[in-house]
Design a protein around this ligand. Structure first.
Ligand SMILES: Cc1cc2nc3c(=O)[nH]c(=O)nc-3n(C[C@H](O)[C@H](O)[C@H](O)COP(=O)(O)OP(=O)(O)OC[C@H]3O[C@@H](n4cnc5c(N)ncnc54)[C@H](O)[C@@H]3O)c2cc1C
Length: 544
């Protein structure tokens, strides 16, 4: 590192933009105050962007002992959105060690959704088993996650706009590769920092992702126009915590309450047919769109709009490859799913966790770096594709009623009838499969069983995930099952590899069951029989 660069960095480190908590065993050269630590470069990871993906990846990597600097630009807080987070986010909050902080963060808890979708009648859906989600103002939520990242030891630099990234080629090999990130701070100074991994968590901006990784989906071009509203006497709703969603002929509208009296109301329109032309144009367009709704229009009568509506791009895109040597595209940087799903933040957090696992694995066991990178891209694509399939089903429903290009275009974009990779390993569904039922009957009717491995079965090492590592684990691989081609190890906690190994040694199913539970964690007999029937039906085992 040149002296010039170092002195620039030291100027930056002296400033109060860096918020850093306890260090995690990396080299400290100087304590610069504000609990900041100077870390020898290259950092293990430099993270671009302080949204949910960036903050979560920074927190995980720092708490696993890696040196991390997160760079995030100054944003206009008045344009922060109110967003709904489903109850299923809790698993990821737990993984981050963030659940208590989020539950104590003052966010409104939500019990479900109220929807007027396509057919016009009211559908009220509570979350399953009385679970609750969160209604968050994103600026507050992001600030909380950034504090948690800093408290885990990540250097969080606010007001840092990344201008360029010079990626190392690493001879094309996946794994760590020292890259240089150039950024400017709000005081107009310029800085450079080096890292073994660069995580592009810059969302739609896609600092690295836009360099040819991303593909736009032209059928899903959407502009969101958002504003906040208050009503001092409350909203008179059956459940004021619900997210409200309503479709109309050429768009849809939704509303997220963030306090009992204040809510965000957003309309989603096609920008190709939207001429905004300044604040007055935006206001009149927004009001026209609200005027097309029925339920939301009624709700807003007598309410006060607190802000001039503002626009944000909500068009879809995805990357076919989500990284390369020393670089990963994380969260919205890699792909954007329709906000209708309310899964954007959850997807970003899951992507951040996976990215942290890939970085950790690559830094600690470089021989698995390629496998880890492939797994990252595969998982990111699967999550994106599953979301497209789900949204397309909803769009088809709305298209059937509205028959407008806004809906028919979206309904035709995905393939709701296409394969759902997860479905063919769902034991509840498999139990209804005719071949599985026949295998079950054959097992039940047999006085003795003679089982052997099917001719087309292979047991192969395939990548799998632990909480912080990619590992190789043995899996059953058959030509046609599971459809995702990843192979399978467990079905409802039953270790299929162990079962296939044990099965030829026993002539009675009860003996086989006993032998299995002696060697593996206990499972229920119905699940065990179900798994054995599936192995027979799929040809992993055959009756001799
Ligand atoms: C209209 C709309 C409604 C939505 N509603 C919901 C909802 O209800 N529920 C839900 O779960 N999701 C919702 N989403 C999706 C959700 O907002 C995103 O999926 C989520 O924010 C992705 O997180 P991220 O960290 O990947 O990206 P972002 O949140 O976009 O974070 C990117 C960060 O990078 C920073 N950055 C960008 N460029 C630079 C740069 N050059 N240098 C430094 N920093 C940079 C940005 O300032 C930002 O802080 C909605 C999205 C839209 C558009």
């Amino acid at each position: 590192m040149t002296r010039q660069i170092r002195s620039r960095q030291e100027r930056a480190w002296r400033s109060d933009r860096i918020v850093c908590g306890k260090p995690h065993g990396w080299l400290h050269r100087r304590d610069t105050g504000h609990n900041a630590r100077v870390v020898s470069e290259p950092f293990d990871a430099v993270i671009i962007g302080g949204g949910p993906a960036g903050a979560a990846a920074a927190r995980l990597l720092a708490s696993w002992g890696h040196s991390v600097r997160l760079l995030t630009r100054t944003v206009d807080h008045t344009r922060s959105l109110g967003e709904s987070l489903p109850p299923s986010c809790e698993k990821l909050f737990d993984l981050l060690g963030a659940t208590d902080a989020i539950n104590n963060g003052g966010f409104l808890t939500s019990t479900g959704n109220t929807v007027w979708w396509g057919e016009g009648t009211t559908r009220t859906a509570a979350f399953v088993d009385g679970a609750t989600g969160w209604q968050v103002v994103r600026h507050d939520f992001d600030a909380l996650l950034l504090r948690l990242a800093a408290s885990a030891g990540a250097q969080v630099v606010r007001g840092a706009l990344v201008r360029d990234v010079r990626l190392a080629s690493a001879n094309g090999r996946p794994g760590p590769a020292v890259s240089t990130v150039e950024y400017g701070t709000d005081d107009q100074s310029r800085h450079e920092v080096q890292a073994s991994f660069v995580l592009d968590c810059s969302g739609r901006t896609g600092v690295v992702a836009r360099r040819g990784y991303r593909v736009a989906d032209p059928t899903q071009t959407t502009l969101a126009l958002a504003a906040t509203w208050t009503r001092p006497d409350g909203w008179g709703l059956a459940d004021a915590s619900h997210t409200l969603v309503e479709t109309y002929a050429d768009g849809w509208a939704w509303s997220v309450p963030v306090t009992p009296l204040r809510r965000y109301v957003t309309v989603m329109v096609d920008p190709r047919t939207t001429d905004l032309g300044g604040d007055r144009g935006v206001i009149s367009r927004y009001e026209r769109e609200i005027g097309k709704t029925a339920a939301l229009r009624g709700l807003l009568e007598g309410a006060t709009r607190n802000t001039v509506p503002w626009g944000c791009d909500a068009s879809l895109y995805h990357a076919d490859v989500c990284g390369g040597p020393g670089v990963l595209l994380v969260g919205d940087a890699a792909s954007f799913i329709d906000p209708l799903s309310s899964y954007g933040v959850k997807k970003a957090l899951a992507s951040a966790w996976l990215a942290a696992v890939v970085v950790h694995t690559s830094l600690t066991n470089v021989s698995l770096a390629g496998v880890a990178l492939d797994l990252f891209t595969t998982r990111e694509r699967e999550i994106h594709d599953a979301s497209v399939r789900q949204s397309t089903t909803f769009f088809a429903e709305a298209a059937a009623r509205h028959l407008h290009p806004f809906w028919t275009g979206r309904a035709g974009a995905g393939d709701p009838a296409g394969p759902e990779p997860a479905a063919d390993v769902d034991i509840a569904r498999l139990r209804e499969d005719a071949a599985v039922l026949a295998a079950f009957e054959a097992l039940r009717g047999a006085r003795q069983i003679g089982l052997r491995r099917g001719d087309r079965l292979r047991i192969e090492a395939r990548p799998a995930l632990t909480t912080r590592e990619v590992v190789l684990e043995e899996r059953l691989v058959l030509p046609t099952w599971p459809a995702d081609g990843h192979g399978i190890r467990f079905l409802r906690d039953i270790d299929l590899v162990r079962l296939v190994e044990l099965a030829p040694e026993y002539e009675q199913v009860p003996d086989l069951f006993e032998a299995y539970v002696r060697r593996c964690p206990p499972v229920s007999l119905p699940d065990f029989l179900g798994a054995l029937s599936v192995l027979l039906a799929k040809g992993a085992l055959v009756i001799t």
